[in-house]
Design a protein around this ligand. Structure first.
Ligand SMILES: Nc1ncnc2c1ncn2[C@@H]1O[C@H](COP(=O)(O)OP(=O)(O)O)[C@@H](O)[C@H]1O
Ligand SMILES: [Mg+2]
Length: 349
């Protein structure tokens, strides 16, 4: 059985990594075999999940015992994901080696159309195919703009467009045809200019890179199309995370609208780190606080309530908003994640 997929989107610092892990742990508690894939866990959370280094293999974090639920975590080494992609599609081991040894390989593979985003989904796609898990939760990259993430497969498809390759291949082909003479002589003005600007060696390296890459366009393009389809599959469960301030909510609404234009409507939006302490002020020990401080927090609390109510009204009708309180401590242990469970247990059924 192929794994169900939950993808957690949102802007930076709002709690995507924390909530992805909490959602995954909750699913494991319910007896599922779950993998959470994350790119930037805060160090203490990573340590408590046994994620000390980038890895290609999932690490087992938690086993629920009788119910059979297990949680694994994975912090993929995206460079290696790309290496594997090349290994898989290279027409021969020789071409693979040539590409790996090319000076441009690292630069191109790391900067290639937001490859960090793309490679995360590439890895996800692989893991879904492996049928090892009931559910995979994907935490999205730290700095990533939500749309950049979703458009990454399309950019990869565009990158593998023959037209660009033809342009880059030109110097290499010219070398072949005229026995290197064109470059050596540098007779043509355009070539002389390019030589001057780039150094002919560099230009040839670049051209060679594309030459070796050209037999792989088709394969990589097909795969990127499959990944694009996965991101647009109605079965893929998107969760959007944001904070409770007016700014954060307004930005999120804009993102959710752009997602809708892409045909993606998150089933749940989690407003995270909502301050709820005030609810307990009146009866708890804090009732002794100076009145002015109490009034300040009460005002802030009411403002957040209004913001969230307005936000919830403006969401698409099929998108449910959920609130998660700000816990007193940072969430950096399995116990902390489990404490979030009751608030998020409906988002990835
Ligand atoms: N509900 C919460 N209550 C308290 N602290 C939280 C909560 N959610 C997240 N945090 C803390 O906020 C910080 C940022 O969270 P993180 O999940 O790394 O954000 P992101 O992945 O969106 O950048 C972390 O220190 C985390 O422990
Ligand atoms: Mg994160």
């Amino acid at each position: 059985m192929k794994a169900k997929t939950t993808i957690v989107l949102g802007t930076g610092g709002v709690g995507k990594t924390t909530l992805s892990s909490a959602i995954a742990l909750d699913l494991a508690h319910k007896g599922n075999r779950v993998l959470v894939m994350t790119l930037d866990p805060a160090r203490r959370l990573a340590n408590s999940m046994g994620l000390t280094a980038l890895s290609d293999e999932p690490t087992m974090v938690f086993s629920a015992g009788q119910s059979g639920g297990i949680l694994w975590a994975l912090m993929p080494d995206t460079q290696r994901v790309f290496d594997r992609l090349v290994a898989q599609y290279a027409p021969s081991p020789k071409t693979y080696k040539r590409i790996m040894n090319n000076k441009f390989y690292e630069t191109i593979s790391t900067s290639l159309s937001g490859s960090h985003e793309y490679l995360a989904v590439e890895k996800l796609y692989n893991l879904i195919q492996s049928e090892q898990f009931d559910h995979i939760v994907l935490d999205t990259p730290p700095s990533s703009n939500v749309m950049a993430f979703l458009n990454a497969p399309q950019r990869m498809i565009d990158f593998c467009d023959d037209r660009y390759f033809k342009f880059f291949l030109l110097p290499y082909q010219m070398m072949g045809r005229s026995g290197q003479s064109l470059f050596k002589k540098g007779s043509d003005f355009a070539i002389r200019l390019l030589q001057k600007l780039t150094g002919v060696e560099l230009l040839l390296d670049l051209s060679e890179f594309f030459f070796n890459f050209k037999d792989m366009y088709q394969g990589i393009r097909q795969r990127a199309s499959a990944i694009h389809a996965l991101l647009h599959d109605a079965q893929t469960n998107f969760v959007f995370v944001c904070g409770p301030s007016r700014d954060q909510l307004e930005t999120s609404l804009r993102f959710i609208k752009s997602l809708k234009n892409e045909g993606i409507v998150p089933r749940h939006v989690i407003v995270n780190k909502v301050h709820k302490e005030v609810e307990e002020f009146a009866s708890g020990p804090d009732a002794q606080r100076p009145e002015a401080i109490y009034q300040y927090y009460l005002g802030l609390y009411q403002l957040h309530r209004q913001n969230i109510a307005r936000f919830a009204r403006d969401l698409p009708p099929t998108c449910l908003s959920i609130e998660v309180p700000s816990l007193l401590d940072e969430v950096n242990s399995l116990e902390g994640l489990a404490a979030l469970g009751p608030f998020i247990n409906s988002v990835a059924g």
